[in-house]
Design a binder for this molecule. Structure first.
Ligand code: FMN
Length: 365
């Protein structure tokens, strides 16, 4: 029942939606990694709910770093980030203990934790817990940026509306880092927001697909057989609540291609080996080839919808009808992008330090 992920750098996540605090512990960090408080704030802001397309539960996310940091740098000892939960309405959840929400973790948590779990607001399974993940990973993300590695995600499709594909990836990733809504094309953004608002007005929810790019990652990262970069990323990404599919490069699209269409020919460019196309998403044999790492995550529609749904009454052991209350996101995807980026930063930082050693990320080198 561990809540720790990573090899060289590990992240432990703790807390519940309506508990006093949520938090994360990063261990295995080098001493001397600069802690950019403003960068942490910016990453948390990208995850925050916004207007009618999000839950009305808005938290200040006033984080504190209570260990592992001194004078603006990591000390090399476990670093703990704490974020208080200040905006809670636990009464909304009183019926869910007996009547689990379809497709949320209420029922599976009840079975696994024998009824001892904190059910308020989805407890440990709430998207709320991801704020701590985002805050902690932002420290790693700053270190990656100082090594010229940039991560960004956009909604490539949402309920039938597509965004434009990545173009100049580095420039697109830069623009995503400051866009409140993760779409590359203004027209798509407008249509996607409208769809989310319509779903909300109908008491319903929508899902979509996030596409992520990692640019500037050196060739040679990943540990076959079992800690391939694809394997590590998939492991981390499937920990993000609501992520139900992950594919790299052309992914399932490879099923429609000939080898002559699918292969990425090598060429020399300014003295560097690059590939003409990037169907393999920058990974061959589980190891980065120096091209941008590209992957997509399917994010399901929010399970908590306000329409009547069938469920069971676990106390009476009979079928039941559920009409939930509470505050929920009509779509998870535009907030999940910050979480997907955070998990990506964690995995990339971990894989780089496995390859080059703990001190690789530190500024004191
Ligand atoms: C940022 C974020 C916000 C979320 N908000 C909600 C929400 O408001 N209501 C809800 O039912 N699920 C929400 N979720 C998704 C649930 O936490 C998730 O679906 C649930 O834990 C079950 O896990 P699974 O979908 O991965 O199987 C959110 C997830 C994330 C990442």
């Amino acid at each position: 029942m561990k809540n720790t992920f990573g090899n060289s750098i590990t992240l432990t996540l703790f807390g519940e939606s309506h508990g006093d605090v949520i938090g994360a512990v990063l261990d295995g960090l080098a001493p001397g990694i600069k802690i950019d408080i403003q960068h942490i704030r910016e990453k948390l802001d990208l995850r925050k709910p916004k207007g009618k397309i999000s839950t009305s539960r808005v938290e200040g996310d006033e984080f504190s770093i209570v260990s592992g940091a001194y004078n603006g740098f990591t000390t090399g000892t476990p670093l703990t980030v704490l974020i208080p939960n200040t905006n809670k309405k636990s009464s909304d959840y009183s019926t869910l203990r007996a009547m689990p929400r379809p497709s949320h973790a209420d029922y599976t948590a009840e079975i696994k934790y024998h009824g001892f779990q904190d059910p308020r607001g989805g407890g440990h399974f709430s998207g709320r817990v991801t704020a701590a993940l985002v805050a902690a990973a932002a420290i790693l993300d700053s270190a990656l940026i100082s090594h010229g590695i940039y991560i960004g995600s956009h909604i490539s499709s949402l309920h039938g509306v597509s965004d434009r594909a990545f173009g100049d990836i580095k420039e697109d990733v830069r623009s995503l880092s400051v866009s409140e809504f993760p779409a590359l094309c203004a027209e798509s953004e407008e249509k996607m927001k409208k769809l989310i608002e319509e779903a909300a007005a109908n008491g319903d929810s929508v899902g979509g697909v996030l596409e992520t790019a990692v640019v500037g990652i050196p060739a040679g990262i990943g540990e076959p057989w079992f800690d391939t970069l694809e394997g590590l990323l998939a492991h981390g990404l499937f920990s993000v609540p609501g992520v139900k599919g992950v594919e790299f490069g052309r992914g399932f699209g490879f099923g429609e291609l000939f080898g002559s269409e699918a292969n990425d020919p090598f060429i020399m460019e300014n003295g560097r080996v690059v590939t003409e196309t990037n169907n393999n998403g920058g990974i061959n044999g589980g190891i980065t080839n120096g091209m941008p790492v590209i992957f997509r995550c399917a994010v399901k529609p929010t399970p908590s919808i306000f329409k009547e749904q069938s469920t069971v009454d676990l106390t009476a052991k009979e079928n039941a009808c559920l009409k939930i209350e509470g505050r929920h996101d009509p779509a998870i995807i535009h907030r999940a992008r910050a979480v997907v980026d955070a998990v990506t930063a964690l995995v990339i930082a971990d894989a780089l330090t496995v390859r080059f050693g703990t001190d690789y990320l530190a500024d004191c080198k």
